[in-house]
Design a protein around this ligand. Structure first.
Ligand SMILES: Cc1ncc(COP(=O)(O)O)c(C=O)c1O
Length: 461
């Protein structure tokens, strides 16, 4: 008997679609490989406690979509029947021998069913719209979906205040293109998202670190930095900070809004991880809407490859932001914005968030078991942990040793600003592993290294 015991989303109706979705997700994540034999209809029905007819219908639909093929007398296999090179698996991830926990990937196994969405779109009569130039800011209904999405993050705005971008990273780029001139000072938490460092390099901005503690950015330190010099903007990640996972308390959010207003500093609030938080305090944007550029990410919560993100901004900045979209990409591809809209409108996006949270919780439990002797910071549904190293280890050395043993992680240096020493810590992404088995293996390797002294490891030459 061939074993494939998928996790079925019992909320999906009709149930056969849940099996198709599981097939699609497991093929996408690599849990099922091309040419792998699938269980017979009867076996899968037994495993799932479903009727044989449901499985038959699911296999038929999956075959129609080119996910699987039936071979007479042999069984059912992953992959389509014809040798269409376009249909070949297109994974370009790192060598499978490396368990890559270095990138903050958002648990790909829990992605929406793209085939199903494309199937629905294919039946529409106005597809030609997606072949045309559309407004730089995004089509009206795509901006309206963005406003709905921003509301999930606690930001109330109308569609005219929302811009559709190619992901949060593009959102950051257009915001800083619009807000800042080369040489301007931008304040960030002392550890920050490497993508922000990249934007600063690109636009020749001067990033300066503001002190943080276990709760996040320290308002008094922000105030002091604003007194010392002219500051253009503060960039911060108040909810499940990358990399420390800190969630900024409400009192600090209010204080930051007040200080920014006093010094006339813009706020760029990157909240891409908010939907993983167990309700976080209101966004800083709600305390300073007149100066906050709020990034409502879609990649972490739903799907990264769709490359959609939304910026909710003060109304008077919209025209200049639109100009920056025009300068950087003319417009976001309306087809992908349409898919994102479809999932926001029909509730798929919300369901995926719930599924990702559940999977993140299971992975967090695994981390608690395997790293029980380690010190680390995280949140119950976060995709990453911030692992504090024993004093004998430096973060770069630890990263090299992990890599030597086949596990990718990210050292503190990647996040630090300025010339000071980076903390002895590394970010481990729990969401990046394609499966729980791979994560277990990666975390076990990390636990084994933690128990060693660097002296016991081969020298780096
Ligand atoms: C804090 C933060 N902001 C932005 C991004 C980029 O997100 P997107 O894929 O939507 O461009 C990431 C991705 O890791 C991130 O961690």
């Amino acid at each position: 008997m061939t074993i494939w015991a998928p996790e079925i989303d019992i909320t999906v109706d009709p149930p056969y679609q849940a099996i198709v979705q599981a097939l699609s997700a497991d093929i996408g994540s690599g849990r099922l490989s091309i040419d792998q034999r699938l269980p017979t209809h009867r076996d899968l029905a037994e495993t799932l406690g479903m009727a044989i007819g449901t499985v038959t219908r699911a296999y038929k639909e999956a075959e129609r979509r080119g996910l699987i093929r039936g071979e007479v007398g042999r069984g059912t296999f992953v992959g389509r029947a014809d040798a269409d090179p376009v249909a070949a698996p297109i994974s370009e991830s790192a060598a499978p021998s490396v368990i890559d926990l270095s990138c903050n990937y958002p648990i790909y196994s829990e992605a929406p069913d793209l085939g199903e969405a494309l199937g629905r779109l294919a039946t529409r009569s106005h597809l030609h719209e997606f072949m045309r130039y559309q407004p730089h800011a995004g089509m009206r209904r795509h901006r309206a979906a963005g406003a709905k999405w921003a509301a999930r993050f606690g930001v109330a705005c109308d569609p005219e205040s929302v811009l559709v971008c190619n992901g949060a990273q593009h959102g950051l780029t257009i915001v800083f293109c619009t807000l800042a001139e080369p040489g301007d000072v931008i304040l960030t938490e002392a550890l920050t998202y490497p993508g922000m460092k990249a934007v600063a390099r690109l636009l020749h901005l001067r990033l300066q670190a503001v002190e943080i503690d276990d709760e996040g950015l320290i308002p008094d330190a922000f105030d002091a930095a604003c007194r010392r010099q002219k500051v253009t903007a503060l960039y911060l990640m108040p909810t499940i900070h990358n990399p420390t996972t800190a969630v900024l308390p409400d009192s600090r959010r209010r204080a930051i809004a007040e200080i920014a207003r006093r010094h006339d500093v813009a706020i760029v609030e990157d909240d891409v991880h908010r939907l993983l938080a167990d309700p976080a305090p209101p966004p800083v944007a709600s305390y300073a809407p007149e100066r906050t550029y709020f990034i409502a990410g879609y990649s972490k919560a739903v799907a990264a490859g769709i490359r959609i993100g939304y910026v909710a901004a003060p109304r008077e900045a919209i025209e200049r932001l639109v100009h920056s979209i025009w300068a950087t990409c003319w417009m976001v591809a309306p087809l992908t914005a349409e898919i994102a809209t479809l999932w926001i409108e029909d509730g798929t996006a919300d369901r995926i968030v719930q599924r990702k949270r559940a999977e993140a919780e299971a992975r967090q439990q695994m981390a608690r078991n395997i790293l029980r002797n380690a010190a680390y910071k995280t949140q119950p549904h976060a995709f990453h942990i911030w692992l504090e190293l024993p004093p004998k280890w430096r973060s770069a050395e630890f990263t090299v040793e992990a890599r030597r043993r086949g596990v990718g992680i990210t050292p503190a240096e990647a996040f630090s600003i300025g010339d000071g020493p980076a903390p002895k810590a590394v970010r481990v992404s729990l969401g990046a592993a394609e499966s729980r088995e791979r994560l277990r293996s990666g975390l076990s390797t990390i636990a084994a290294i933690l128990a060693l002294s660097p002296d016991a490891c081969p020298a780096v030459v």
